[in-house]
Design a protein around this ligand. Structure first.
Ligand SMILES: C[S@@+](CC[C@H](N)C(=O)[O-])C[C@H]1O[C@@H](n2cnc3c(N)ncnc32)[C@H](O)[C@@H]1O
Length: 280
């Protein structure tokens, strides 16, 4: 049996960045090299991290203060921190394409998703957005996620567990097609991140309480158009608005203060609409 099997988890809830305790076995850290490359590593006693810069014993990190700098076997320096949501989203294992942090933030903000909300999500994919939704709805809220692919649902389950720990009854992951099921639920937010969200508009209308919000995340213009046609035809949605979020990072080094040369120019469009009683 390896140490990884015998080391107990250090906490029921993974420690957030800034936690005062030293780094411990069972925790995940992000290692960042000189070129800003990031590596997620789950610490275990006697474990070893290997990459192109050589190897690093986990024991060199265990017991250290977050923010420690250590040297790998070939001399490269690595900064060790507890991962933020950004680190998790970009570096965690993925099955399906994930929703980027800038869009997670907008989905939570534009969807007015907060403590106590009852959210239904389809599809869960790699669980990146799910984790953001789960964090937003506590205390008192729930997230019900549909994912029709068992392999993706497994990735989502593992990612949510390693990122948030035991979420208990706050999360209900249903490994099945949302079609034919979503409409039986009752909720105040529906979040759709799948190829053909228009197929679920009628069921979203039936699940949502009046005043509730539908949030759909669609990468292409034809998807936005098709979705809007369906929202209009349903006559049970109002105040539909579509936006996209562009995030441009900057290089700030001495006198070289300018936008970075590269950016993620486009991810997806966000359409938000309010559920209203049918127009008479
Ligand atoms: C783009 S991914 C979602 C990524 C996810 N939001 C994340 O941040 O990790 C779309 C997912 O929807 C799932 N899916 C597509 N249609 C579905 C349906 N009708 N019911 C349930 N899941 C569906 C796919 O299997 C895929 O995993």
């Amino acid at each position: 049996m390896s140490d990884a099997d015998t080391d107990p988890p250090t906490d029921a809830v993974p420690r957030r960045p800034g936690h005062p305790a030293p780094l411990a076995p069972g925790e995940t850290v992000v290692l960042i090299d000189r070129k800003e490359r990031r590596y997620l590593v789950a610490l275990r006693t006697g474990g070893q991290f290997g990459y192109h810069g050589g190897t690093l014993d986990h024991d060199a990190l265990i017991g250290q203060t977050e923010g420690v700098q250590v040297s790998a076997s070939k001399g490269a320096r690595l900064l060790a921190l507890r991962p933020t949501a950004d680190d998790w989203t970009l570096k965690a294992p993925r099955g399906a394409q994930v929703v980027y942090p800038k869009d997670q933030a907008m989905i939570v903000a534009r969807g007015d998703i907060g403590p106590g909300c009852q959210v239904v999500e389809a599809g869960a994919g790699s669980g990146a957005l799910t984790a953001a939704l789960l964090r937003a709805v506590v205390p008192g809220g729930t997230v019900t996620s549909f994912e029709r692919r068992e392999d993706f649902a497994d990735v989502a389950r593992r990612n949510v567990a390693s990122r948030l720990g035991e979420v208990g009854e706050t999360w209900d992951l249903r490994v099945e097609d949302a079609a034919g099921r979503l409409g039986d639920l009752v909720c105040d937010r529906v979040v759709l991140d799948l190829l053909e969200p228009w197929d679920l508009v009628a069921e979203a209308a039936s699940a949502l309480r009046p005043g509730g919000l539908l949030v759909a995340y669609t990468p292409t213009v034809p998807q936005v158009m098709r979705l809007q046609e369906e929202l209009d035809a349903a006559q049970t949605f109002a105040r539909s608005e579509t936006s996209e979020t562009l995030e441009r990072t900057w290089n700030v080094r001495g006198l070289s203060v300018r936008p970075d040369h590269r950016m993620v120019a486009h991810t997806a469009f966000l359409t938000v609409a309010r559920r209203v009683p049918p127009r008479s």
